[in-house]
Design a protein around this ligand. Structure first.
Ligand SMILES: Cc1cc2nc3c(=O)[nH]c(=O)nc-3n(C[C@H](O)[C@H](O)[C@H](O)COP(=O)(O)OP(=O)(O)OC[C@H]3O[C@@H](n4cnc5c(N)ncnc54)[C@H](O)[C@@H]3O)c2cc1C
Length: 493
């Protein structure tokens, strides 16, 4: 687990004084008592007390903070709600956190243009709440949507249950306003369907706080479907379940959600939410259809036929809205439910081609023996986006290190079958070494060239998401442990 690097007090006072000269005192936290809540994100195994936390009230203050940091050469870590699972918002001992907690206003909802313009600290679910009266909603729905911010979603290119049909954040964001490290504002994208020039919006989405601070986001809104129903299908083994996922898509059906839970997951969640899951099944699939009643009934019938042919041992279909919500409640609460059966868990996030689902699930099962740890699988099966939850006890010597090694082995397997080391949680601090497994030297060079173009002094969320070549050269002999960078004497870039 993490060993926090001590903060240099003299430097803290110097930077705090410079910030206080340009932004109101209430926007700056420098006392460790006040900055402690920011020491980690959702990946709580990695912790670091920040030097200073700033809470700007408006865009001008964001620019002022960036100017001070650039002038004094201070690294900056942007932060939304801190629900990220890869350590992306992990602070730095010599850095300033820019929190968007106070940039939380919905600026406009335009029902005719089907868009909303919001500040970066607005919660994902709050956008749908604001659009609800117009029968519209914002489709990407991370399971953390009650808390996570749209700025964090943009930085991570977040996904969710409904992204199989409606697309990820990148498909649902039209425009972002960005405060650059030079203290200027740029706008990427626009409110029309396409824009001339290079598609820098797509470059920016998923850039994990390394290219600029999002200060405003325009999102697409889509009509709420008239109705929706969900199928819960049971399978006697994970291989049949995995192959059934591929069969649904191969049949030309794009469900509104296609999620899978293995037995460990359904057993951990069922006593908690009483969703009515078949806890004897080796795996269950949740397959949702949405649209008009006619469309939904027709798609449910088609999916039922495909699932039966693929070997489902039991099938239940939601008959009412409350039953549909009950079926989903278990899936949505799976991560918190892990706390019921294990003191700690480590949530991985790899993506694989759907046809390899069964192969990778068997591989993970074998790794449980190799690493001597249990793993629960609950994931966006339709996207091939795995979320293995590795269960461990941090108080038992060596278990966290084994969990990290288990996670790295899963990601290596994902790459081996043609997948990637992240689906939606980002690379952050957690998966930085696995980037060396996935990308060549030339590809990493290209990433750094983009980073340098946006952030020449390399101050925005440094040491995350893109590994240096030195780091990759050392990889194999060392891993990031507890968030502390080994070989800190090597040049950062
Ligand atoms: C229980 C649980 C379930 C989850 N389920 C999902 C899921 O289904 N799908 C999914 O995709 N993720 C999921 N996540 C992960 C997480 O919620 C998402 O990554 C989310 O987008 C993070 O948003 P945040 O506001 O908490 O950002 P933070 O964690 O605060 O930050 C995340 C990254 O964004 C950067 N950032 C934040 N705000 C800005 C900004 N204004 N400008 C520039 N950079 C910024 C940070 O530097 C950091 O790199 C889950 C997390 C939890 C705890």
């Amino acid at each position: 687990m993490s060993a926090s690097i001590p903060v240099n007090n003299e430097r803290r006072q110097q930077v705090a004084a410079a910030l206080r000269a340009r932004v109101p005192d209430r926007c700056i936290l420098s006392d460790p008592e006040d900055t402690r809540p920011y020491e980690c994100d959702g990946l709580a195994a990695y912790r670091q007390l920040p030097m200073i936390v700033t809470l700007p009230d408006n865009e001008e203050q964001v620019l002022a903070i960036l100017n001070v940091c650039r002038e004094l050469n201070v690294p900056i870590v942007p932060r939304g709600a801190g629900t990220g699972l890869s350590g992306g918002a992990l602070p730095m001992a010599d850095g300033v956190v820019i929190s968007t907690a106070r940039l939380n206003r919905i600026l406009r909802v335009e029902p005719y243009a089907r868009l909303a313009v919001v500040q970066p600290g607005v919660r994902n679910l709050a956008i749908s709440d604001a659009a609800g009266p117009y029968d519209l909603y914002y489709a990407p729905d991370p399971s953390s949507q009650i808390a996570c911010t749209i700025g964090g979603n943009v930085a991570e290119n977040s996904g969710g249950v409904h992204c199989l049909k409606y697309g990820l954040t990148v498909h649902n964001v039209m425009r972002v306003r960005v405060a650059t490290i030079d203290g200027e504002i740029i706008e990427l994208g626009g409110e029309s369907l396409d824009a001339p020039g290079l598609d820098l919006l797509a470059v920016f989405i998923g850039s994990e706080g390394m290219l600029g601070i999002v200060t405003e986001v325009t999102v697409k809104l889509v009509p709420k479907p008239a109705t929706a129903r969900v199928i819960m299908a049971s399978f006697d083994d994970v291989v049949t379940g995995g192959n059934a996922v591929a069969s649904v898509i191969a049949a030309g059906i794009i469900p509104a959600g296609l999620e899978m839970m293995d037995r460990t997951s359904s057993r951990m969640v069922e006593p908690f939410v009483k969703a009515g899951y078949d806890t004897d099944a080796a795996a269950i699939l949740l397959c949702e259809a949405d649209g008009t009643k006619l469309e939904v009934d027709e798609e449910i019938a088609r999916m039922t036929a495909v699932l039966e042919k693929a070997g489902a041992s039991a099938i239940a279909v939601s008959e009412t809205e409350s039953e549909r919500m009950r079926f989903w409640s278990g899936r949505k609460n799976a991560f918190p439910a892990a706390g019921r059966i294990s003191p700690d868990y480590y949530c991985m996030d790899g993506t694989i081609p759907r046809k390899n689902l069964a192969q990778v699930l068997i591989g993970i099962e074998q790794m449980e023996t190799t690493f001597g740890l249990r793993c629960a699988n609950v994931f966006h099966a339709g996207d091939g986006n795995l979320h293995p939850l590795i269960l461990f006890d941090a108080n038992k010597p060596g278990e966290f290190e084994r969990a990290e090694a288990f996670g790295a082995a899963i990601l290596a397997l994902c790459v081996e079958v043609g997948g990637t080391i992240t689906g939606e949680h980002g690379v952050g601090m957690e998966k930085i070494n696995s980037m060396c497994v996935q990308f060549t030297r030339e590809e990493l060079d290209a990433f750094f060239a983009v980073k340098r173009a946006f952030d020449p002094p390399m101050l925005l969320n440094p040491d995350k998401a893109i590994p240096t070549l030195n780091r990759c050269a050392e990889f194999g002999k060392m891993r990031v442990s507890g968030g502390v960078l080994p070989f800190a004497d090597l040049p950062r870039f």
